[in-house]
Structure formats: structure tokens, C-alpha cells
Design a protein around this ligand. Structure first.
Ligand SMILES: *[C@@H]1O[C@H](CO)[C@@H](O)[C@H](O)[C@H]1NC(C)=O
Ligand SMILES: *[C@@H]1O[C@H](CO)[C@@H](O)[C@H](O)[C@H]1NC(C)=O
Ligand SMILES: *[C@@H]1O[C@H](CO)[C@@H](O)[C@H](O)[C@H]1NC(C)=O
Ligand SMILES: *[C@@H]1O[C@H](CO)[C@@H](O)[C@H](O)[C@H]1NC(C)=O
Ligand SMILES: [Cu+2]
Length: 218
């Protein structure tokens, strides 16, 4: 009885999550139920690749959880299917993220990236790459990927707009972010190597679960 109510509640909690969408560069595919699957939310490689700036650029996404934590990774292997293809080179060396975990407090954002500034050996003009977003909004890790061709002359279409941009303020392996623009002056972003914010969000969700359980028990 209790177990039945518990699993019904957990199912409800799962159904209530709308997760996030990767809007630009275009996601391989979005399937809400599969979004938990690393590294690409269950999506197969795209048949077309989006030209993406090798230098200053951004990723646009829409979140249904606030705040959330985001990690931006890149892989230079052809059709990466394992998260390790984004965190290690084929020869087994650790590969830096494009943006290390940091907290975002708004739902409709652009995440600034500068892939060429990080020093990846394979980030050359015309390189084929896959960008992966790992997202932590309080339920579990969620993933989306975009298949791109890096190009120094690529530009992001002008109809891809940014309401809130977390720009790259420090070029390098672990850039920190800060929102620009006057729309949300109170927002802040911090970089975190140890995922501390991730735990905070997780506790928040645990609290909600506990409250739900309490409601079920009493
Ligand atoms: C990237 O470049 C390095 C050094 O040139 C090379 O060893 C590696 O195999 C390349 N490929 C990927 C997918 O990283
Ligand atoms: C992708 O990662 C898996 C797991 O580490 C590894 O077995 C595979 O060789 C990698 N693929 C490439 C092309 O490096
Ligand atoms: C970028 O450069 C490549 C190769 O030089 C060229 O084929 C392509 O048309 C250029 N794209 C843009 C958007 O200028
Ligand atoms: C932007 O414009 C292109 C055509 O230039 C169109 O295919 C695309 O759907 C537009 N995207 C948005 C988000 O409006
Ligand atoms: Cu969710």
C-alpha cells in the first residue's frame, strides 16, 4: 500500500518535469522521456551539421526549472555515443569542458561559448564536432546534443535571439559566466568544479519529495 503510493508519487514527480530544450544550435532531437540518457538524450546523430562559430558564439536553450546547473561539453569523435567521448580524447587524456558547471537562474537563456579559445587540438576551421549540454534542474541529469561544423566565418542567424546571455568572461578551460543585459540585473552565475550548486538543487528537489511523502503518510 505504502509502496504503491510511493511509486505513484514518484511517477507524478517524474511526469511533472518538463526538462529543457536546446534551441540553438539545433538539437539532434528532443524526446522528453529519453532526455535522461547520456550523452545525447537518446538521439541519434543528425544527418546535417550546423555551421557554428569557432570563436565567439552562444548556445540558446529554454529551461522549465529554475535555477539549474549547466555543463557544456564538446566531442571531436565521429558520432560520440558515450559521455567519455566528451570528457576524454581517444588517447585517454582528460578533455576540458567548453563551460564547466555553473548555475543559471533564468529560464530563457543564451550560454556564451568560445570553443576556439580553449585550446582543443582538434578545434580547427571546418572540424566536425558534437556539442553536448548536461543539465541539472533538480530531477536528474538531462542531456541534449547538437552536431556542428566549426567555422571561423560561421555566424549565428539573426533570428536566434537572446533574452539573457551568460557571456564568457574568461577564456580558457573553465570559463566563468555572468549574465549581461539589463533585463535581470539580480541574476548571477558562478563556476563550480565540484558541483556544489548541483547538490543545492538536488536538496531542493529532495525537500519537495519529502513534503510529498509527508502528505502521503499523514
Ligand atoms: C584530436 O587531436 C589529437 C592530437 O592531434 C589526436 O591525438 C586525437 O586523436 C584527435 N581526435 C579527437 C577525436 O580528439
Ligand atoms: C567513446 O568512448 C568509449 C568509452 O570510453 C570508448 O570505448 C570509445 O572508443 C570512444 N570512441 C572513440 C571514437 O574514441
Ligand atoms: C566560410 O568559409 C568557407 C571556406 O572558406 C566557405 O566555403 C563558406 O561559404 C564560408 N561561409 C560563410 C558563411 O561565409
Ligand atoms: C530563422 O530563420 C530561418 C530561415 O532563415 C528559419 O529556417 C528558422 O526557422 C528561423 N528560426 C527561428 C527560431 O525563427
Ligand atoms: Cu525536468
Amino acid at each position: 500500500m505504502l509502496l504503491t503510493r510511493l511509486s505513484a508519487l514518484l511517477a507524478l514527480a517524474g511526469a511533472a518535469t518538463a526538462h529543457f530544450t536546446l534551441d540553438y544550435p539545433p538539437s539532434r532531437a528532443f524526446n522528453e522521456d529519453d532526455e535522461v540518457n547520456a550523452p545525447c538524450g537518446g538521439a541519434a546523430a543528425s544527418t546535417t551539421r550546423t555551421p557554428f562559430p569557432l570563436g565567439d558564439g552562444f548556445i540558446r536553450l529554454t529551461s522549465t526549472h529554475e535555477p539549474f546547473n549547466i555543463l557544456v561539453l564538446i566531442s571531436f569523435v565521429d558520432n560520440p555515443t558515450d559521455i567519455k567521448n566528451f570528457t576524454f580524447t581517444p588517447s585517454g587524456e582528460a578533455q576540458a569542458p567548453v563551460r564547466d558547471f555553473f548555475q543559471v537562474t533564468m529560464d530563457d537563456v543564451c550560454i556564451g561559448v568560445d570553443i576556439g579559445a580553449i585550446g582543443y587540438a582538434n578545434a580547427t576551421d571546418g572540424a566536425r564536432a558534437t556539442i553536448a549540454i548536461q543539465y541539472q534542474g533538480g530531477d536528474s541529469n538531462l542531456y541534449q546534443c547538437a552536431d556542428v561544423i566549426l567555422a571561423s566565418n560561421a555566424t549565428i542567424p539573426s533570428n536566434i535571439t537572446c533574452n539573457n546571455e551568460y557571456t564568457v568572461t574568461t577564456a580558457g578551460a573553465s570559463p566563468t559566466g555572468s549574465p549581461s543585459g539589463s533585463s535581470s540585473p539580480s541574476a548571477s552565475a558562478t563556476s563550480s568544479r565540484n558541483g556544489a550548486e548541483q547538490m543545492t538543487v538536488g536538496l531542493g528537489f529532495g525537500g519537495v519529495l519529502l513534503a510529498l511523502l509527508g502528505a502521503a503518510l499523514f
